[in-house]
Design a protein around this ligand. Structure first.
Ligand code: LMR
Length: 328
C-alpha cells in the first residue's frame, strides 16, 4: 500500500521500500505470463492486488508481474517453493509433473461452457482437487476461468483432416499432445512467451488458445485464421505454497483468503464478456474467424474425443463422471 501522507513527509519517501511496498509489510508477489490489460487473468490479478493493497495496507502488499517478466510457468512452480513468489496462476494443463488429476480439465469437449467449469470447480470434488498437490507443497486457492480454446493455423481448418501434417504449439500437456496426434498433426511444447515468434518464423504452423490470448498476443496476425472449435477449456489454478499460506497469522490468512474468494468469483463472472470482447477485437483488427457448421463440428468431436480413453485411468472415472454430471 502507499505510505501515509505523514510518513511521506517525515521520511521524504525513504520509508518506501525499493519495490513500492512499505517497510514492514509482507510482500506477496504474483507472477503470471499473460497480458496485463484486456485479459481475464491479467485484469483479475490487478484487481486482487488493488484490494489487498487497500484493505491490508500496513500488513501486506501485493506486486503483480505479468507477461512472463518474472518467471515462466515451468519456473514459477519452483519459485513458489523457494519463496521467490507467493502466487501464480498457471493453466491446469501445466501441472503434469505434480499431479495427473488435472488432466481432467484438458479432456476435449468435456465441458461445454465456462459455467460448467465453474460449477465443477465449486463442487465437493472440485474443492477437493484444490488440495491434491499438498503433499508436494502446493495449495490451490481457486480456479480462475480463461475461456474456451480455438485452433488457428497457417491455412484454413474446417475439417480435422485439414490439420494433417501441421505442427501445433501446445502447452506442457500430454492430453494436448494426444489430441493433436488424433487430428493428424504433430505437437511441440513451447513456453507461452515463445509462441508468437514460433508462429511468425514457421517453427510451428498453428496453435490453440482462448480468444483473449489469441488477441492480446497477436497470434491472429501471423495465422491464416482462427477456427471457432471451442474444443477445450482454458482455466487456471490460483496456486500458492502450502507452507507460506499455513504460516500466515490466522487473522491475516482469513482476510487474504476472503479477498481471494471474492475476487475469484467476480473475475469468473466477467470472463465470458471479456472473451466476447477479445473475439470482436480480432474481427475489428481484420482477423479471420471461421465458424463450424454442425457436421464439421461433429467431425472434430468424433476425432478428438477418443483420446479420453488414454487418460481416464490417471484421472479416475469418478472425477470424469462428476465433471460430466455438471453439464447434464
Ligand atoms: C498458454 O501457455 O498457452 C496459456 O497457459 C497461457 C495462459 O496463461 O493463458
Amino acid at each position: 500500500g502507499a505510505a501515509s501522507a505523514l510518513a511521506m513527509v517525515m521520511f521524504a519517501g525513504q520509508a518506501l521500500a525499493a519495490d513500492g511496498c512499505d517497510s514492514g509489510e509482507m510482500v506477496i508477489k504474483f507472477s503470471h505470463v499473460v497480458a496485463e490489460k484486456g485479459h481475464p487473468k491479467g485484469e483479475a490479478a490487478k484487481k486482487l492486488a488493488e484490494r489487498v493493497n487497500s484493505e491490508m495496507n500496513g500488513t501486506a502488499c501485493m506486486e503483480v508481474f505479468p507477461n512472463s517478466t518474472l518467471f515462466d510457468d515451468d519456473k514459477v512452480m519452483e519459485a513458489l517453493l523457494l519463496g521467490d513468489v507467493q502466487l501464480a496462476a498457471p493453466s491446469l494443463s501445466k501441472f503434469e509433473a505434480y499431479t495427473l488429476k488435472y488432466r481432467l480439465f484438458d479432456l476435449p469437449f468435456l465441458f461445454a461452457s465456462l459455467k460448467d467449469v465453474e460449477s465443477f470447480g465449486s463442487s465437493d470434488k472440485g474443492k477437493e482437487l484444490l488440495k491434491t498437490m499438498e503433499d508436494k507443497g502446493y495449495t490451490g486457492m481457486g480456479y480462475w476461468l480463461s475461456g474456451l480454446k480455438q485452433f488457428s493455423a497457417k491455412k484454413p481448418l474446417l475439417q480435422p483432416s485439414d490439420a494433417n501434417g501441421l505442427k501445433f504449439r501446445i502447452q506442457t500437456s500430454d492430453v494436448a499432445d494426444a489430441m493433436i496426434e488424433a487430428i493428424g498433426g504433430s505437437a511441440q511444447k513451447l513456453a507461452f512467451k515463445e509462441v508468437y515468434g514460433a508462429l511468425q518464423t514457421g517453427v510451428v504452423d498453428g496453435q490453440e488458445n482462448s480468444w483473449c490470448n489469441i488477441y492480446t498476443q497477436k497470434f491472429f496476425e501471423v495465422q491464416d485464421g482462427v477456427t471457432e472449435t471451442n474444443h477445450q477449456t482454458l482455466a487456471y489454478l490460483l496456486v500458492t505454497s502450502t507452507e507460506w499460506l499455513n504460516g500466515l497469522d490466522d487473522g491475516v490468512r482469513e482476510q487474504f483468503v476472503n479477498i481471494v474468494n471474492e475476487e475469484t468469483a467476480a473475475a469468473n463472472a466477467d470472463v465470458a464478456n471479456k472473451e466476447a470482447a477479445c473475439r470482436q477485437n480480432i474481427l475489428d483488427a481484420g482477423g479471420v474467424i471461421r465458424e463450424l457448421d454442425a457436421t464439421q463440428r461433429q467431425a472434430w468431436v468424433d476425432t478428438m474425443k477418443p483420446v479420453w480413453e488414454k487418460f481416464q485411468g490417471d484421472i479416475g472415472t469418478d472425477l470424469i463422471d462428476a465433471a460430466m454430471a455438471v453439464g447434464a
